[in-house]
Design a protein. Structure first.
Length: 85
């Protein structure tokens, strides 16, 4: 994307104002992106966490030992609500 100063040139009195407008617009769009994407990411993360915990409950003691977990530690993690990390 072209820099505002490249488009208008350094001598233009509009260039500093245009640069501020471009920066403000970019910041507003970033804010909008954050507001719309973060809830979606959160829901996806919650769903993945719930699925992983269901799978953890299904592992037998031998499989848990293979990944370095005790039954007690696995149960503690598997019984957490999906919204808790």
């Amino acid at each position: 994307m072209a820099n505002v100063y490249q488009v208008y040139g350094n001598a233009s009195p509009v260039a500093p104002l245009a640069a501020l407008m471009v920066d403000a617009t970019a910041a507003a769009l970033d804010g909008l992106r954050t507001v719309t994407i973060n809830p979606i990411n959160t829901l996806v993360r919650f769903q993945a966490r719930a699925q992983q915990r269901r799978q953890l409950k299904g592992l037998d003691d031998r499989m848990l030992a293979d990944i370095g977990l005790t039954r007690k530690a696995a149960d503690k993690e598997a019984n957490k609500p999906f919204w808790k990390a």
